[in-house]
Design a binder for this molecule. Sequence first.
Ligand SMILES: *Cc1c(COP(=O)(O)O)cnc(C)c1O
Length: 442
Amino acid sequence: MSFVFEKEFMTFLSSRDYALELDKQDKLASYRGQFVIPDPDLVYLDGNSLGRLPKAAVERAKQIVEEEWGADLIRGWNKGWWEAPARVGDKIGQLIGAAPGQVLVSDTTSVNLYKLTMAALAASPEKKRIVTDTMNFPSDLYILQGCVQTLSPSPFGRGIRGEGYEIIRIGSRDGELTPDLAALESAINEDTALVTLSHVLFKSGYLYDMRRITDMAHRKGALVLWDLSHSVGVVPVALDDCNADFAIGCTYKYLNGGPGAPAFLYVNKAIQEKVTSPIWGWWGQNQPFAFSLDYIPAPGVNRFLAGTQPMLSLLTMETALDPILQAGMTAIRTKSVVMTEYASFLTDNLLAPFGFSLGSPRDPAKRGSHISIRHEEGYRINRVLIEEMNVIPDFREPDNIRLGFAPLYTSYVEIWEGFDRVRKVMEEKRFEKYPKQRLTVT
Ligand SMILES: *Cc1c(COP(=O)(O)O)cnc(C)c1O
């Protein structure tokens, strides 16, 4: 290939025409029509924080409010509400490789992490170590600290071995891009009760090898808990097949369940009868309507329910899952990989000249469905994008602009537009008039 031809070819790959071509060839393109998109000019690259609204969910929400709440009233509990946490849990189970009877929809991801961590620690009280990483979502780290604080006699949870618990957070050797797997392996010892990690890291998008890490932990006798918040709905997950012990995850990100829709939890059938929830509520009782005075845990995963669940959002989310199930995780992952490859290419070719670098793994097999692009002015650039350019990414400290790609409704032209508008912001130095001071929600 001659140099001139190669240069022209790269220019073509960076053009809007090429993005249009990718859209033409996209087998999932028609799914965009199943979502509410009131502003076609908006470049929405934050589906990893809050997924778009599926049209079917609008209809369903109206029906839940008017017919079920409005007309059925209390009778709704006998018409499908009561079983909803388990029924919708099984539906999510289809996306994460979990056979029925192991997934429940309940509470929030943070609360589910608390319940399952306490259950895991109580299952082997002689073991005092929890292993995680510094790149985990901070809420997850806080929850772990709270669990340790509750169980530990020392004020900061760092008691003497055999007395208090310790949390080992492994770091990174490449600027928080990827975790140090050798350090992880050596941190997991015979004293380790629990290894808990985010399957996909929220900043860099690094994707852990679930089978390898789960096996690594099991060899030392530790239980494993995966947070699937950034992988469920975009990365195929095989919990049963990997023999994972526990998992949790959000439903308002790539599952499009709506703001604050309840989260899910998974407990492997093999250990369900050996663990109990730290919150003994009536929904997790053996016979809730016997109203007996003492708690007997329900059989199976149901013991991890505490109290009444939010039916309006839970049932709306149930419907929101349909397009994902219909498209299938294989097709979704295939498109997701092409999108993150494309975005990495555009980062190198359109934005690197302005000082941007890719803050995500180069190998698509080690990456979820979002990438971070890093720039020392990332915060101010992100603000201009939102306030002036009709582009919504999000910003994560210290210098990451996060771009999330949802295969069912993100188009290639949308991605191209997003990059082109960033380029414009840089060319015109539009960010310079904004203060460096952070707003509350970034
Ligand atoms: C989004 C996210 C959460 C959020 O937890 P909530 O309890 O729903 O606020 C937790 N963990 C991870 C890894 C996340 O990405």
